[in-house]
Each structure stands twice: as structure tokens, then as C-alpha cells.
Design a protein around this ligand. Sequence first.
Ligand SMILES: Cc1ncc(C[n+]2csc(CCOP(=O)(O)OP(=O)(O)O)c2C)c(N)n1
Length: 540
Amino acid sequence: MERKLLSGDEAAALAAFDAGVALGTGYPGTPSTEILEAFGALGGRAQWAPNEKVALEVGLGVAYGAARALVTMKHVGLNVAADPLFTAAYTGVSGALVVVSADDPGMASSQNEQDNRRYAVAAGLPMLEPADAQEAYDLFFAAIEISERWRIPVLFRMTTRVCHSRSLVMPRTQRQVPPSACFERDVGGRVMIPTNARPAHRRLRAKLAEIAHFAEGSALNPLQDGDRKLGIITAGVAYFHAAEAAPAASFLKLGMVYPLPLERARSFAARVERCVVIEEGDPVLADALRAAGIAVESKPEMYRFGELDVPRVRRILARDESPEPAAPTGKPPELCPSCPYHPVYAALKQLDCIVAGDIGCYSLGVLEPYRAMDTCVAMGASIGVGLGLRHVLPAEQARRVVSVIGDSTFVHSGVSGLIEMIYNPPVIGHVVLVLDNGTTAMTGHQEHPGTGRTLDHAPTGKVSIEGIARALGVPSVTVIDPFADPGGFERLLAERLAARVPSVIVARHPCVLAAAAIRKWDKLGTERREAISCTACAEE
Ligand SMILES: Cc1ncc(C[n+]2csc(CCOP(=O)(O)OP(=O)(O)O)c2C)c(N)n1
């Protein structure tokens, strides 16, 4: 078998393929997006879900059916999927369920830098964390084994550096043949009414105790004997920074970050003069080790923010809390020159709108020259936040509030905001502006249910945004091309702001970077459909 140069994302995808994962699903989000794309390109069954919660639920169904499932998302996606996640820990699985959470310390491309190791503790799920692409490959198999052995979902935490850095990977020589899918009724184990959930919680804690015992002796958490003066407990990519900053030190490198091998850590810490925890993000490991009475040093608070690197680890080891050199300022992002959002933001600015914004390329409307976005919190939040503002602001301000949301974001979590608009309409109505550029542009042009194409761009069922709005009973729904008619768009927006009814404007024009590809896929789709109907005619 040849070694391959792979990113962590590609290595996880290859492992999923080699492990015979029956279905991979997820929702795009940097730095996780490429996993499903690579899994699909290898020939795996990969599909985008409308959001992370649905993805997790589909994956759970696959794993209830005794097959192997992969679910991918970025860190904030796990917030969306948290509801089924916590109870999936109780129900367990029959096959394997590996949930990738791609965290983004330093916020290269995210709205926060939450540390999802907290989810492993909160939900009570084992979590593995690879340090590079080879480990992304190897630990993925370990995740499948743990999931099947203890019939429990496994969290697989990756971080931006690991997802996107390439290194050599030695794959296994043979693809695994996974167990075949079948359904076995287990009402007590799978239907979480309180009488079943109470014993299920006890079962979960018993499984975690067994897994903690396993972690103590597992090769997932190797010890590296070195100088006894300095011991370092670390995990993920921080291991490589630490190994470079202090090559002579002794190491306890954790591949399983929950549950922790506390006794191994205790004896490691006792063997060295000084034991320091080097971890990116929150002091999750340090807090857990200290709570267990293990004498470890944690990093100073200033290193909680952003990614670690070798110089920062050197500073931590030197207990240096002096101000760090300022990071070089990069060029700020901006809307592409012929982005269809330009006329939209020009109109929002011209009409002095208060914009409850959302997340996507269109968030760039907050920057110069428009500065036309006033809030941006989480995917789908624009509609609820806009409604809240309309409910309480003085009339002169309230009538200028507009919720602005992208097409992928609308399908992800905007629909329920629209339901709220119908159910609890502000007395002066509201305006929801859906910016439909026919793709999930921000994360690299993924398909979504509104494009009518699957992950690999083949034609499938298409969800109509205006159809949803009309079906929900929105009194005023208009589709317009703002790029073709900027003046008409501004007049329409002004009209809707003046009308005192809930309204939806779908501003539709393809993303300038995706337009050619969309035309190609649509043409291929039409040809494929025609070929299928011709075959059907010939068979009649
Ligand atoms: C819960 C969650 N999942 C995923 C993401 C990553 N993400 C940010 S915006 C976005 C969708 C953008 O697509 P769209 O709404 O169509 O806007 P566009 O970028 O095309 O303008 C995604 C997937 C996120 N920030 N939060």
C-alpha cells in the first residue's frame, strides 16, 4: 500500500471509506466541509443534510440499523445537533456512529471559538482527538471500534490545523467489510420516555466507567519517556508544537480526551519534577486533572485565546505572561466585484435599514462600503432577532428593520423563524429578505435542498423558498433579481417596508463564482433526465 499525502479531512474521509461507512452526512462548515466531499469522491455514500441536527438524526438511524455512520459538522454545528446528541448517548447504537466536530481555535472562519471537548463531558460521550492526518486515519478506526464495542456514539474532535494540514498517511491494506444492516427491536433501549431513560442514564455511566478503564491501558494515550525535569500532558496538534518547543521532555499524549486515563496521568505527573498541560482552547484537560487531585500546571489565561504554535508553547513553558507581539493584519475579506449582493446592500444602506443579519458571504455587507448589517449571531438568527427588534423599537426605527438571510441558511434554520413571523407577527409587519445565490457560497459552494442538486451535483428534489413562504401563509411574497434591476429592487424594498404586513422578498441571482458550474450541472441534469425518460419510453 502506498503512502498518500492527505489533509486531516481527507484522511478521515479515507478512513471512513476503508471502514465501510454506509452513509456520511453533515452540513458544510469550515474546517469540516471537505470530509464529506472527499468521502463522496472516493465512492462513499455522502449527502448534505439541511442542518446538523437532521444530519445527526439520519446518522443515528443508520447506526440504529447496525450499520456504520459518519456525521460531520463544524464546532457550532454541534450546538444545533446537541438535542439529539445528548439523548443518543442514552440510547446508544447498534452499529457505529462517529460524529466529527471540527473546532476552530483562533476563529479562522467562525463566529466563536467554543471548545467542544466540553460536549464530550456534558453529553457523556467518548471523544478522540487526532494530532495529524495519519492519526485522523488511524483514530477514525479506533472510533468505529469503540462505538461498536460499547454501542455508543463517539465524538471525533478535529481542529482547523489538523483538518487542513497535509501529511503522509499510510492507509490500511484492505477495506473492512462492515457488519450488514438489520433492525432489532429494543423499545426499552431506544424509546426515551422517563421510565426507559432512567436506567439508560445508569447504563451510559457504566459504559463510561468501562471506557475510562480501557483508556488507562490504551495505545491511544501513549507515554513518551524523556527528561524527568519536565513532563507535558497534551492532545491534538498541540502535541507537535510542544514536541518542537521541548523535544527533551517526557510526554503523555492523549488520543482520547474523554474519558481521561486519570491514573496514567497521575503516575506520569508523579514521575516528573514539573508537569505542564499544553492544550489549545479552554483548560479542559488541566481542570479535569486538577479536579482529580493531579498536580499539573495549566497555561496562563492569555493562551486560552487563539491557536497555539511553537513560540507560544515556549512562552507557556517559560511562564511568560508579557504581551505577545501583535499578529500581522491580513487583508480584510470583501464581496466579489460582481457579487449580486452589491445592489442589495446599496439599497439597504440607501433606505437606512436596521439589518438583522445572518451568516454567509452576505455577512460581508457589514464592512465598507456598505456597513449595512447590525446584528449577526448564529445561523438562522436573523429572522427571530429582526422580529424581536420590530416588537419593541419605537415605530420610526421598527419600520426600518429587515432580516437578511442566505438561501442555505434559510433552509438550515430560517424556516422556523418564518413560522414565528406568522404566529407572532409584529403589529407593523416585517420584511425578510432571502438572498438566494443558488449555492452555499461561504463554505465553498456546496449544494443544499434549495438548489435541487445532491452533494455530487446530480438532480434531486428541490425545495422552493418562495413556495415555503407562501405555504406558511406569508401575505406578501415576491421574487426579484436585484442584479438585473437594482432600481426596481430598491423600490420593492421601500414598498415592503412601508406596508404593515409580514413579507418575504427572495432576491435571486446566482453567485458570480458558481454561476458557470451551476449552468453546467443543470445542463447535465436535464440531459440525464431526458436520457432516463427516453429509456422509459423505449421500455413501454
Ligand atoms: C451552525 C453552523 N453551521 C455551519 C456554519 C458554517 N456556515 C456559515 S454560513 C453558512 C451558509 C452560507 O450559505 P448561504 O446562507 O447560502 O449564504 P452565502 O454564503 O451563499 O451568501 C455556513 C454553512 C455555521 N456558521 N454555523
